[in-house]
Design a protein around this ligand. Structure first.
Ligand code: RIB
Ligand code: CA
Length: 318
């Protein structure tokens, strides 16, 4: 293991796009993935735990990260994302994997690892920020000890994907998002505006690693469901892989342009629950509290993504 590797926690609610991000992150030579922590979001807490276990057992990386277990989020809205992610969240892969018997709560594991490696851990949040807010509430000193927090969430242009103006991850647990975005942690937000710029046409399926590899087989079990559901339910031929784009922002920051912005979350609005509001007045009155990705080099991201998947297929040997 190289000493140049970044220590990373991947916090996720798998989810097909979380799963693809996990494949990239676990195989990235730049990362030392300390833990994969489940969170409730586009799947229930129990399903998130099963899916983390399933994905790791399918990929079977040489060094297994520690696993954190999701638990039910307070005040979670009733959402049903089965049409996009399948009954099991992974495109109906038919997993029978059980959740771990002696679960280690995600928020506790995050706290323990950040304390063990002060100012060294990058947390990549690919679902609601419930675990991170809980970890910060349990131990407020953690806020200043995280090296960087990268969050997939929000929409600068105010065009949502779960309501008219809210993005799913923030809408699911706006109180946690508000707490985390207001924290003094160094943060980068990867909003929908940017992840939406990367549309994945069907030819992605032809560029996947071949079926001779664990990774090729896993991706071929999940991704066709996404193409079918986007076509049948949304009338689109392309799919989005929001979390995979966010993961690429952590790995290939040169592909993204960012801007320091001041943002806050609507937690109680009748129409705007979970909307991230940015102060874009001139002069701005709120203090900038995060870097926000604003543009991405779509073509180069696509190329590097496919190259990384091919490398990952070799990493996850049979
Ligand atoms: O809004 C996109 C986010 O919602 C992604 O994290 C996706 O996995 C879904 O949970
Ligand atoms: Ca997700």
């Amino acid at each position: 293991m190289s000493s140049m590797q970044r220590k990373v926690i991947l916090d996720c609610d798998p989810g097909i796009d979380d799963a693809v991000a996990l494949c990239l992150g676990l195989a990235a030579e730049e990362f030392d993935v300390l833990a994969v922590t489940g969170v409730e979001g586009c799947v229930s807490a129990d399903q998130a735990n099963r899916n983390v276990q399933y994905l790791l057992s399918q990929l079977d990386p040489a060094k297994w990260p520690r696993i954190g277990s999701a638990s039910h989020a307070d005040d979670a809205p009733a959402v049903d994302t089965r049409y996009l992610h399948g009954d099991d969240g992974l495109g109906n892969v038919g997993s029978t994997t059980a959740a771990p018997h002696h679960p280690h709560p995600s928020e506790k594991l995050i706290g323990d690892l950040v304390r063990a490696y002060p100012n060294q851990v990058t947390i990549i949040a690919l679902g609601p920020t419930t675990n991170i807010a809980r970890a910060f509430r349990r131990d407020p000193g953690l806020e200043g000890l995280v090296d960087r927090l990268i969050v997939m969430g929000g929409a600068v242009d105010g065009v949502g994907n779960i309501t008219a103006n809210a993005e799913f991850n923030v809408h699911f647990d706006p109180g946690s998002a508000r707490h985390v975005l207001a924290s003094r942690t160094t943060k980068t937000l990867i909003p929908l505006d940017v992840t939406r710029q990367v549309q994945w046409t069907l030819d992605l399926l032809e560029q996947l690693p071949d079926v001779g590899s664990r990774l090729g087989r896993l991706l071929r079990r999940m991704l066709p469901f996404a193409y079918r559901s986007y076509r049948q339910r949304l009338g689109q031929e392309c799919i989005l892989l929001n979390d995979a784009v966010a993961l690429m922002a952590a790995l290939e920051p040169d592909l993204f342009s960012t801007e320091g912005m001041a943002g806050d979350v609507e937690v109680s609005g009748e129409l705007a629950r979970g909307m991230v509001l940015f102060d874009r007045r001139h002069p701005q009155e709120w203090r900038a509290n995060m870097e926000v990705a604003r543009e991405v080099d779509v073509e180069r991201l696509r190329e590097r993504f496919v190259t990384r998947l091919r490398r990952a297929a070799v990493f996850f040997r049979d």
